[in-house]
Design a protein. Structure first.
Lengths: 236, 408
């Protein structure tokens, strides 16, 4: 791949949202339900300060327990997940930091079967296939490492015809949630520019929705996004 | 459903506890001005697990000092003034008087500024303050106030009262610009759509009850961080209510009733509430020991609870019956508890910020606190199509017609 070659780019439809990730179910199940509720094929979500628990002897498919007397409990300090439908399943990948309050051994990954200890407020981006004739509001990209991230993201934005956007790093390997201590760096400030005519948009191609992708981009221009979307861009 | 350890983190309020440290960063209601009416008052104050006395210092300024106490004192022990002894080398906390309530600051460093809420900027004639004891942890007392659905069940009245008899009572007025009693709306439309927005002061909670004929009931309430709510009481008044810990297992509600157009009839409101409380502890007459005067006949015909018409008693029963500290290892919150979820997130963020010495990020502790006004808090029945604008316009009209500066 040469220095001038564009990063992989998949224009999508979708929207920024705030919602509640249900509590007490395994993360994977709550994420599946949230994805369904948002009518999305994939989503990027972010949340902080969320209690989690692992209940002794309770498998991931068993119902919500009545109480948590025999459980390990902990707290997710921050977490960013990329969730994508894959046939009948959903793939949950992401990064975050967490601790167990009762001395459980800390590990480098958090199983997606871990249960949430409470419903969790999340901000996220629901990603849908682009309807024919619509302009993309969301895009997924996988930077190729040959140019700086800034240059590649700006180039992607130009290609999409966006005047203002913001990008968030996905940083996820497929199928696991890995520990990173610092949440800084996951969000990348976007750029404002004069609107440009959209280039001929890239065709989604064969790359599956669950990636790998390095960034999700959202059009946050006043003309194209609701107030909530711009608030999200400011706070997340 | 969290473990006891995580429950302790958000409920316990003694010195050096995580939630206690958050509350200590804010002014806390300590006593009513009504309690300090003698010539040289010494008012016992039991606040945030500390045994204190409200008194004037050598410069005649109000302060809170630690008083000598016995470990086996009742949580709301209220010694006579001549039995109070001050601990000479104990902490001294600053106190200010605001609209009938003494507020104390028990945290480190400079006390924060007060926001310019309606209850603080209305003239004295338009604000009435009262308090009452609930025998439970402060957090469950607060959380019922940010659950917009509970009013449709807990405060369900099976008959609608004539609004002209409603002065000083909550949920007994009609919705603005209509003849629809709020009791009717709450009873007939029990499942509101709830949305929650983070604000400079806490949370704005909007509940929409979509009614017949293209109408929507809009109720806007607020959580004021860390432990207050601001809600509409009637078209004329709002309630700003703090849930202030006495200790881990008891709390006082302190309420400022703020009137827009007319001065508050303080005598009527005081008499209504004194009838329901015994002094000097401000303990409710209806309580756990007498089953809250539960009457099954009343429950069949008049109220959901059978505990009388005072909705404060309904709330008191609901939160006290959870136990002294709610057992959240058995709790199951859902998406309808969005405001509780958002509130706990704010509380945990604040706990973390204090642990990391990043306190300026806490709500209302940064710059320009005095520019925080309002908050908007009202009940309105509007056209479903433009509920947001119509609700705001009704509140603006009320503010414009009011004789004091209620602009937002």
């Amino acid at each position: 791949m040469s220095d001038t070659e564009n990063a992989a780019l998949r224009p999508m439809g979708g929207s920024i949202f705030e919602d509640i990730l249900d509590g007490y179910f395994p993360i994977r199940e709550s994420a599946r339900q949230l994805l369904e509720r948002q009518g999305a094929s994939a989503m990027w979500i972010r949340f902080v300060h969320a209690p989690v628990m692992t209940v002794s002897g309770l498998s991931a498919t068993e119902p919500v327990p009545m109480s948590v007397r025999k459980a390990y409990s902990g707290m997710i300090d921050h977490m960013t997940l990329f969730v994508a439908r894959s046939g009948d399943r959903v793939e949950v990948s992401g990064v975050g930091d967490w601790y167990w309050a009762d001395g459980r051994e800390e590990t480098d990954t958090l199983p997606a079967s871990t249960r949430m200890g409470e419903p969790v407020f999340v901000r996220g981006i629901g990603i849908r296939d682009l309807a024919p004739g619509n302009l993309p509001s969301i895009a997924l990209t996988n930077l190729n490492g040959s140019l700086s991230s800034d240059v590649q993201l700006k180039r992607a934005s130009d290609q999409l015809g966006w005047s203002e956007f913001r990008a968030w790093e996905i940083q996820a390997g497929i199928g696991h949630i890995r520990r990173v201590h610092e949440e800084e760096g996951l969000a990348i400030e976007g750029w404002s520019a004069e609107p440009v005519a959209p280039a001929k948009l890239p065709v989604p191609g064969e790359r599956s929705l669950h990636g790998p992708w390095s960034h999700v981009l959202a059009d946050v221009s006043a003309a194209r996004s609701a107030r909530r979307g711009r608030d999200f861009a400011r706070h997340s | 459903m969290i473990t006891q350890k995580l429950n302790d983190q958000i409920t316990r309020i003694g010195p050096k506890t995580p939630a206690g440290e958050v509350l200590r960063r804010y002014w806390q209601p300590a006593a009513l001005v009504d309690e300090a009416q003698s010539d040289n008052p010494l008012v016992p104050v039991n606040l945030l697990g500390e045994r204190l006395v409200l008194m004037r210092n050598h410069d005649a300024e109000w302060v809170l000092k630690t008083r000598v106490s016995s470990p086996d004192e009742a949580p709301t022990f209220h010694p006579e003034a001549d039995a109070i002894k001050v601990v000479d080398d104990g902490p001294i906390y600053p106190v200010v008087e605001k609209k009938g309530i003494f507020f104390a600051y028990m945290g480190p460093g400079e006390a924060p500024a007060f926001p310019n809420f309606d209850c603080f900027r209305a003239p004295d004639s338009h604000v009435f303050a009262f308090k009452g004891l609930w025998e439970c942890n402060w957090l469950q007392a607060l959380e019922i106030g940010i659950d917009p659905s509970h009013a449709s069940f807990l405060h369900r009245f099976l008959q609608d009262e004539d609004p002209k008899d409603s002065y000083g009572k909550q949920f007994r007025d009609t919705a603005a610009d209509t003849n629809i009693p709020i009791t009717h709306v709450l009873r007939e439309y029990p499942r509101p759509d709830i949305s929650v927005e983070e604000t400079d002061f806490g949370l704005k909670i909007t509940s929409l009850r979509h009614m017949k004929d293209g109408l929507t009931h809009v109720r806007v309430t607020n959580q004021v961080f860390p432990e207050a709510i601001c809600i509409p009481m009637s078209r004329e008044m709002t309630i700003t209510q703090w849930h202030v810990p006495v200790d881990d297992e008891n709390c006082y509600w302190f309420t400022m009733f703020t009137s827009f157009a007319e001065p508050v009839d303080k005598e009527t409101m005081r008499a209504q509430r004194l009838k329901e409380h015994t002094l000097p502890e401000y303990a409710p007459v209806k309580n756990r020991s007498n089953n809250y005067h539960y009457d099954p006949e009343e429950q069949k015909t008049l109220t959901y609870t059978g505990m009388g018409l005072d909705i404060n008693v309904h709330d008191q029963w609901a939160v006290e019956s959870m136990g002294r500290i709610q057992d959240r290892t058995r709790e199951h919150l859902g998406r309808g508890d969005a405001a509780i979820v958002r509130y706990r997130l704010m509380l945990r963020k604040a706990i973390k910020a204090i642990e990391k010495n990043k306190e300026s990020g806490l709500p209302m502790l940064g710059a320009d606190v005095d520019k925080i006004v309002g908050p908007l808090s009202n009940d309105a029945v509007t056209s479903t199509d433009d509920w947001e604008q119509a609700s705001r316009e009704m509140d603006m009209r009320r503010r414009q017609e009011c004789p004091w500066d209620a602009s937002v």
